[in-house]
Design a binder for this molecule. Sequence first.
Ligand SMILES: CC(C)(COP(=O)(O)OP(=O)(O)OC[C@H]1O[C@@H](n2cnc3c(N)ncnc32)[C@H](O)[C@@H]1OP(=O)(O)O)[C@@H](O)C(=O)NCCC(=O)NCCS
Length: 180
Amino acid sequence: MNPLEQPVLVAPPYRLRPFTAADVPVVQEASSDPPIPAITTVPASGSRQAALAFIERQHQRLVDGTGYSFAIADSSSDQAVGQIGLWLKNLSQGRASIGYWVAPSHRGKGAASSALGALAAWGLAQPGIHRLELYVEPWNEGSWRAAERSGFVREGTMRSWLEIGGQRKDMYMYSRLPAR
Ligand SMILES: CC(C)(COP(=O)(O)OP(=O)(O)OC[C@H]1O[C@@H](n2cnc3c(N)ncnc32)[C@H](O)[C@@H]1OP(=O)(O)O)[C@@H](O)C(=O)NCCC(=O)NCCS
């Protein structure tokens, strides 16, 4: 893999593309939804400066090899509605993970499912990736439904897997493997 090259992926009616400074409003909207800053690096402050710093960090992910961070954008208007990332921390073991959010005003229209399906297919076609993982809190039905719609299978509950907001949380473990 060459993390210095980031493709644009089709995910009709969306596309996955790098973030630009024009995406500040969607980052600010995400800041206003407390679960997103709690589980991602989206800033809680919502200032323009903090949103621009978030966007710059997304570009840096590619440079430092952490992974690929995409804006989920409407194909027609190019308006960003959310974010999805493929993270490579465990690439040496053949595993990658995916995380995502969709801004509140754009939910319930299939953005997460479309983006997840496209990124999973692309990720599993990359050399060295044999398994994709997602971790979802059990209450987060929108997220695990998007995962299941995109071919991810629930493997079980990882007890006390993560600390979120100062509390240990159980998480569902989902995975998707290449088609055999
Ligand atoms: C979870 C989240 C990404 C879903 O995004 P979305 O674009 O609205 O999801 P989709 O429109 O693709 O919906 C996926 C499925 O979940 C269902 N769904 C969506 N929101 C739901 C909710 N709040 N409760 C129950 N089901 C929901 C949809 O009906 C759809 O079901 P279907 O496949 O059976 O038709 C979004 O709510 C979000 O960003 N939440 C905050 C951040 C977060 O939780 N990220 C994921 C961390 S694991």
